[in-house]
Design a binder for this molecule. Structure first.
Ligand SMILES: [Zn+2]
Length: 407
């Protein structure tokens, strides 16, 4: 199916793109490419595992200040941002990338360059996004761009893993004045994430009395057995293919070698489930909770004694959200990518920092910061800067377009 963009959006973009001042920004971005890459290599070595972004936050705040942003600040969650004020017409627009990485401290200690590739954990995800944010500010300044909307440029915390997109979520709850988000994550310039996959990550703790494996046998129910029953039941749950809905029990922990001859007191499972539909996500959650409930009851009935109890710990709760593929922000970014010479690709669902804004009804997309990358989320992560500036040109044109009250 061919994706059709409203002719007015196409026309407006053509006019903007051929504007002399805007062109000046394009030229600047190309000339500034080496500088952007230099910053990328500098920032990646300031390590920032999720929940330990403070050092990188300080460095990034200085970088935002150096680009001339005003009111540069670190919020109570650790997100770092500053403003580039326009005419103050229309809502504030956020351009952000996440500062945290999946690697523990001590992983990104040196940069290795080999065969045109730059190797360092985090070099792409999302250090590239962070410096693409900086390069966009520089281009706007160099071209003397005055925007209708005010811009807020930001480095966020807690995107990865157990952070669960939390930095952006907390920021959005604090800032209802935000009216649009451009999230920059990863490499490339074609990929558009415009949907939000709902995510739930939780632990379930099963509790019993425990006791000697022989002496207590038959007198107590076994929480490990209850947890295993629950896992088996969860494994049988059917989910719809559309909207894509998935689940996995990803961690099972009970007992230790010292108590190998004991019936354990506690067992824990951790699980993660997702759906591109909020209704389907909630239905799945109900089924999972019923499976756990039934498992505990069966284990108790099996022995006719004791009662297994359980509780939940919530780690990640991201609501699913759909944004129309024909929403103006989606059409606009699609056309910008096309105008800049690439073939846009739409992602199915998505777990990016655009998720929380989308679920809250705020227009948002996530696009790449340029170049190519591989081995993302592994210590062999690499980045190739070839033509990376073109993605910055996309971000710059798209941000400018989106900030103008033209419709
Ligand atoms: Zn990322």
């Amino acid at each position: 199916m061919e994706y059709r963009v409203n002719p007015d959006i196409i026309k407006t973009l053509e006019i903007l793109k051929s504007n002399e001042q805007v062109q000046k920004g394009f030229d600047f971005i190309e000339a500034d490419d080496a500088n952007t890459l230099r910053q990328q290599k500098e920032l990646v070595l300031v390590e920032a595992p999720t929940f330990q972004e403070e050092e990188r936050g300080k460095v990034f705040a200085e970088m935002l200040k150096a680009e001339g942003l005003t009111e540069v600040q670190t919020d109570r969650h650790g997100n770092v941002f500053g403003y580039r004020r326009g005419k103050g017409i229309g809502p504030i627009i956020v351009v952000e990338a996440h500062m945290d990485t999946v690697f523990p401290m001590g992983s990104a200690v040196e940069i290795v360059e080999k065969d045109g590739r730059i190797y360092c954990p985090g070099i792409c995800d999302d250090t590239r996004g962070c410096v693409a944010v900086l390069a966009t500010i520089r281009a706007m300044n160099a071209a003397n761009i005055e925007t209708d909307s005010d811009f807020l440029f930001m480095g966020t915390v807690e995107e990865e893993g157990m952070g669960g997109l939390g930095g952006m979520k907390k920021f959005m709850l604090d800032h209802p004045e935000v009216g649009g988000c451009i999230c920059i994550d990863g490499s490339g310039m074609e990929y558009i994430t415009y949907e939000a996959t709902g995510i739930r990550t939780m632990a379930v703790n099963f509790h019993g009395i425990g006791g000697h494996a022989m002496g207590a046998f038959g007198h107590v129910a076994n929480p490990l057995h209850a947890a295993a029953r629950a896992v088996a039941k969860i494994g049988d749950i059917e989910v719809p293919a559309e909207p894509r809905t998935t689940y996995a029990v990803s961690n099972f922990h009970a007992g230790n070698d010292a108590g190998i001859h004991a019936i354990v007191k506690d067992a824990t499972i951790k699980l993660n489930f997702r759906s591109n539909g909020q209704k389907e996500l909630e239905e799945l959650e109900a089924k999972i909770k019923k499976a756990i409930d039934d498992a505990c009851q069966e284990e108790t009935e099996r022995w006719g004694k004791d009662t297994i109890t359980y509780d939940y710990e919530d780690y990640v709760d991201v609501k699913a959200g759909t944004q129309d593929i024909k929403a103006p922000i989606v059409q606009s970014v699609y056309q910008v990518i096309k105008e800049m010479g690439a073939e846009p690709i739409f992602g199915q669902g998505g777990s990016t920092n655009a998720s929380n804004p989308i679920a809250m009804g705020v227009p948002a997309v996530c696009i790449g910061g340029g170049g190519q990358a591989g081995g993302v989320h592994t210590i062999d992560e690499w980045y190739d800067n070839t033509d990376a500036y073109k993605a910055v040109q996309v971000i710059y044109l798209f941000a400018f377009r989106w900030s103008q009250r033209l419709d």
